[in-house]
Design a protein around this ligand. Structure first.
Ligand code: C2E
Ligand code: CA
Ligand code: CA
Length: 786
């Protein structure tokens, strides 16, 4: 308000000559106003001239009056010409020159016109001073009115006309003439004051308008800048929430032309939904709001705008619309969504992750009324091997294919998630009966059993599944997850590639496992471990050439525990390294007391192979026992050649360099490949019991045994058949060219005191076969890879 207040408070005189009034801009406005009044002024002048001419004519021709009239008419004509020229060539006119002309000539012309009028009027009307005074007042009125925008000229004119006419009336000297002079003087004061007032309001109006204009243009400039360079834009709505004069930027972001955008309802730009409803309510209520985010689709792309606004209130206090700023927050929204997505989805398979799975499960449990619900826990069999042998790229592809295959077995209500690594979980949102879940789990197992073709490789990756159902196996997420996991563990323990439904026994089994885990740590120190020995017999000579050391655990409560029940646990906990070292030392110390032709085989776990202590342990044990390295044979399985192959081969070569012999155990299980026989010069191949078992009844088993013995003979390796239980097998193995046999038929593993000092019995002497224990308990069968 500062500047405007100044304008209103100015004194008149200072108004006549303020710095603003000397600016080109003001003078130009003045000139425009002056010239625009010229036509009216010319008509007025013409009427005046006609009246004066008729008055003069009545009193006879007076050359002075005629000259005065002509002069007056001349000035009026000049003004008319200049004004029309000004209007025609407004922009080309040199404003300063015009200004100088006006300033100079208006004063001169004012005086000249006054003189001319006085002589033209007063003199002929000397005998009618009343009429003369009236005419003078009329002249003063029209003259000052015509040039009131140039107050100096107007006042000059008024003063001169007044001075001239008052002088003329004084010269006439009659009472009437003196009254006329007094009237003219009074009107002069009145007109002068009026002239100044009217100029004042003219100037104030102009200057105030200019100030407003410049303020507005400053704001406009700022706004333009804001809109062009900022990320934000302004919006305004009028009646019924329709957009009012949208800016170019607004139109651009809304992907409409401004013309089209105008009259669109602001709210109609947004997609229906929760956010739009909030915005609509706020706009409708005419309440101020901040940072309300709403979604809109534009060119098939999703956008998010954040809007702030406040009501436009008219002078009567009613809300006529809303006005505010908007900004496109799509990038931030998308980033936010991405983060949210990453927090809930697995990047590789695009499946929900553990967190989302748990959330979905929690919700499903809440929704579940009487209906059933099941979860499946899945673990890809041999995934680690696939990853290690074929690389992570193929491993990742296997996971993606697995994700697709699992999904293909599910309904659209079901959720499959990747929990991490090779673990997946499925939420079967509605299963009416236990067999539904079992059926779906079996379908997944079947689907996963089919070979995958990845980068021209055929890969077979099975899956093991654990199933838990609500409410039978728990009605909380935690209980269900734990039980599905237990069932999965059971499925893996019992051969993989299958689905197991949770059973309460599994808890007990797990409990027992935990106990074993704890007790095993103490077993060594408490002297609960011992080695049993099972002979390996040469088929040709029938003589025992060596004994395989097999670990036994004398548990104080559970009795004799077989290795299958505790070695996998020891491998998982890493305890096997310590146990294995004990086995090596003990076996060598015992063998030291045997006849020199009897050798010993010791089983090595893949976990032990990774221990840097392995080679020193063996070297020390050999030295401590005094047993020749050639009498020690180490049995390793194929898994050793599948993982960390390079490092493991290096260790095997070091051991072999010591003179220790290396045997490949359980050949034919796992990812068996005859290639492994070429990767290391093994001394012996032990053909797994699963082939020996049917060698007397199945041609394919026979063919495999034949192929292995043939290849081994060519490579200079000994072949040992494991698990020989029947005479028929023995005959068949002999026929296929096997070197050695091992099995219950010949001898069960036995405590060391039963061997010490004894030489091997010949095969023939063992007839009839020793009463063979009925089939071993399933729990102690070493798990074989499918
Ligand atoms: P393995 O190395 O294949 O050992 C042979 C297993 O087959 C032994 O089971 C043996 O008792 C059993 N067996 C031998 N002949 C017959 C037969 O005619 N019929 C049947 N049904 N089974 C027969 P055991 O002693 O229970 O050992 C199981 C597995 O535990 C071993 O399989 C071996 O992998 C592992 N193991 C045993 N001792 C050790 C050890 O000191 N260290 C390591 N790392 N593993 C060991
Ligand atoms: Ca073995
Ligand atoms: Ca074996």
């Amino acid at each position: 308000m500062g500047k405007q207040g100044n304008i209103w408070n100015r004194r008149f005189w200072s108004w006549m000559n303020t710095p603003e009034m000397r600016t080109d801009w003001f003078v130009e406005k003045q000139l425009r106003a002056y010239h625009s009044g010229s036509t009216a002024s010319s008509i007025g002048s013409a009427v005046l001239i006609a009246i004066m001419a008729s008055i003069s004519a009545q009193s006879g021709f007076d050359p002075l009056a005629a000259a005065g009239l002509l002069t007056f008419a001349g000035f009026a004509a000049v003004r008319q010409i200049r004004s029309s020229a000004y209007r025609r060539h407004e922009s080309q006119i040199a404003k300063m020159a015009e200004r100088v002309w006006i300033i100079r000539h208006s004063a001169i012309s004012g005086v000249a016109v006054a003189v001319a009028l006085s002589s033209a009027l007063i003199l002929p009307l000397a005998d009618m001073p009343g009429i003369a005074a009236l005419v003078v007042v009329a002249i003063m009125l029209s003259g000052s009115w015509a040039i009131d925008v140039i107050p100096r000229a107007a006042i000059g004119l008024l003063m001169t006309v007044a001075a001239g006419s008052i002088a003329a009336f004084a010269m006439i000297g009659t009472t009437e003439a003196l009254w006329a002079a007094a009237i003219v003087a009074a009107f002069t004061i009145f007109f002068t004051a009026h002239c100044m007032f009217s100029f004042n309001s003219f100037a104030v109006r102009l200057l105030r308008a200019r100030e407003l204009l410049s303020a507005a243009s400053t704001v406009q400039l700022l706004l333009n800048d804001y809109e062009e360079h900022g990320a934000d834009w302004l919006w305004e709505t009028g009646a019924q929430g329709r957009i009012v004069s949208p800016s170019a930027r607004f139109a651009e972001v809304a992907a409409h032309s401004p013309a089209k955008l105008e009259f669109v309802r602001l709210i109609d730009l947004f997609d229906p939904g929760h956010e739009r409803a909030i915005l609509e309510a706020l706009l409708h209520k005419g309440q101020p709001f901040r940072d309300v985010v709403a979604r809109l689709s534009r060119d098939g792309e999703e956008h998010w705008w954040s809007l702030s606004g406040r009501p436009i209130v008219d002078t009567a206090g009613s809300v006529t619309g809303m006005r505010g700023v908007a900004t496109d927050v799509s990038a931030a929204k998308r980033a936010e969504a991405k983060v949210a997505y990453m927090a809930h989805y697995d990047g590789l398979t695009d499946l929900p992750n553990r967190r989302l799975f748990n959330e979905s499960l929690g919700r499903a449990l809440l929704r579940r009324r009487d209906g059933g619900l099941a979860i499946l826990y899945l673990d890809i069999d041999h995934f680690k091997t696939i990853n290690d042998t074929l690389g992570h790229v193929i491993g990742d592809e296997v996971l993606k294919v697995a994700a697709q295959r699992i999904e293909s077995c599910l309904g659209h209500q079901d959720v499959v998630a990747r929990l991490g690594g090779d673990e997946f979980a499925v939420l079967l949102a509605s299963t009416s009966a236990a067999n539904d879940a079992q059926r779906i789990a079996d379908a997944i197992v079947a689907a996963m059993g089919a070979p995958m073709f990845i980068e021209r490789q055929e890969i077979i990756a099975g899956v093991s599944v654990g199933i838990a159902q609500a409410p039978d196996h728990g009605d909380s997420a935690d209980a269900l997850i734990k039980n599905a996991d237990l069932a999965l563990y059971h499925a893996k323990q019992t051969g993989r590639g299958r689905a197991a439904l949770f059973e309460i026994d599994m808890h007990e089994a797990m409990q027992a496992r935990r106990l074993i885990e704890m007790d095993l740590r103490a077993a060594l120190g408490r002297d609960q471990l011992e080695l049993h020995y099972q002979p390996l017999v040469n088929l040709e000579s029938g003589e025992t050439t060596s004994y395989e050391a097999l670990l036994r655990w004398n548990h104080p409560e559970q009795g004799l525990i077989m290795p299958a029940s505790f070695i996998p646990i020891a491998e998982e906990t890493g305890h096997i390294v310590q146990l294995g070292e004990w086995v090596i030392r003990t076996a060598l110390l015992e063998v030291a007391r045997w006849p020199a032709h009897l050798n010993v085989s010791v089983n090595l776990s893949p976990v032990q192979m990774r221990s840097t202590n392995l080679v020193p342990t063996i070297v020390n044990a050999l030295a401590a026992s005094g047993v020749a390295a050639q009498r020690l044979e180490l049995e390793i399985t194929e898994t050793v050649l599948m993982r960390d192959t390079e490092a493991n081969l290096a260790v095997l070569h070091q051991l072999r360099a010591l003179g220790v012999r290396i045997a490949l155990d359980d050949f034919g299980t796992g990812y068996s490949s005859l290639n492994y026989l070429r990767s290391f010069p093994f001394d012996k191949i032990k053909i797994d019991r699963c082939f020996v078992d049917e060698v007397d009844s199945r041609e394919d088993s026979r063919a495999i045994v034949r192929a292995v013995t043939g290849l081994a003979a060519n490579l200079g390796m000994v072949t040992t058949a494991e698990g020989v239980e029947r005479e028929d097998q023995l005959d068949e193995l002999r026929r296929e060219g096997c070197t050695e046999v091992q099995g219950y038929l010949l001898s069960r593993p036995m405590p060391v005191d039963q061997i010490a000092g004894r030489t091997a019995p010949v095969v023939a002497e063992t007839k009839p076969p020793i009463a063979i224990e009925t089939a071993r308990k399933p729990g102690i069968v070493r798990r074989k890879a499918a």
